[in-house]
Structures are given as structure tokens and as C-alpha cells.
Design a protein around this ligand. Structure first.
Ligand code: HEM
Length: 84
């Protein structure tokens, strides 16, 4: 989880697009998805498509019923903000 609420600009999110350092934003929240990659029922490759990106749309399309807030609470990094 987060001790302080971090504000993550889009340009910073974009840098975390590697298998061993993957962040993704869902509904305004930025998560470190790296530890979850091996456990994703849809596979690592699918999940890596949203690494370094806003994955809200793809997530809603594939499984909007999954509760990401609950599942990835421990992986929350902060909140996505526009670049200033
Ligand atoms: C399946 C979680 C992101 C593609 C699943 C399932 C869960 C899950 C729990 C099983 C759902 C079920 O059986 O009802 C997550 C979480 C994500 C995430 C927590 C974000 C961190 C994505 C993204 C994509 C994706 C971004 C596509 C680019 C899929 C696919 C399946 C799946 C295709 C179906 C696998 C199958 O049934 O064979 N995911 N997912 N997921 N996910 Fe994700």
C-alpha cells in the first residue's frame, strides 16, 4: 500500500514498461503490476500490454467485473495525474 498519496505523472508511468518494472493505471490509480504478472489468469503477455500505460479501457473490455482495488491493494503506487 501507500503511506502517503503519491501523484504519478503520465510521463513517469510510461517509464515503467518492463517485465521486471511494470506499472499500469486503472481508473486513475497506478499499480505496480510486476508481482502480479505470474498470477494473472489471462497470462503475462496480456497483462504486459498495459505496462507503462493506462489500462482502464482494456481492463473494462476484458473483465470489468473483477475488483482491482481489492486484488491489487498491496500494489497501489499512487494516483495518475496529467503532466504539468
Ligand atoms: C482473466 C485479473 C488485466 C486479459 C482474468 C481473471 C482475473 C484477472 C481475476 C479471471 C477472471 C475470471 O475468470 O472471471 C486481472 C487484473 C488485471 C488484469 C487484476 C489488472 C492488473 C488484464 C488486462 C488484460 C487482461 C489489461 C488484457 C489486455 C485477461 C484475459 C483473461 C483474464 C484475456 C481471460 C483468461 C481466460 O479466461 O482464459 N484477469 N486482469 N487482463 N484477463 Fe485479466
Amino acid at each position: 500500500g501507500v503511506d502517503t498519496l503519491s501523484r504519478i505523472p503520465m510521463s513517469v508511468l510510461k517509464q515503467h514498461n518492463k517485465r521486471d518494472d511494470a506499472w499500469s493505471a486503472f481508473n486513475g490509480k497506478v499499480y505496480n503490476i510486476t508481482p502480479y504478472l505470474p498470477y494473472h489468469p489471462g497470462g503475462e503477455k496480456e497483462l504486459m500490454r498495459v505496462a507503462g500505460r493506462d489500462g482502464s479501457k482494456l481492463f473494462a473490455l476484458t473483465h470489468g467485473w473483477v475488483n482491482i482495488d481489492y486484488m491489487l491493494d498491496e500494489c497501489l503506487v499512487g494516483f495518475l495525474v496529467p503532466d504539468s
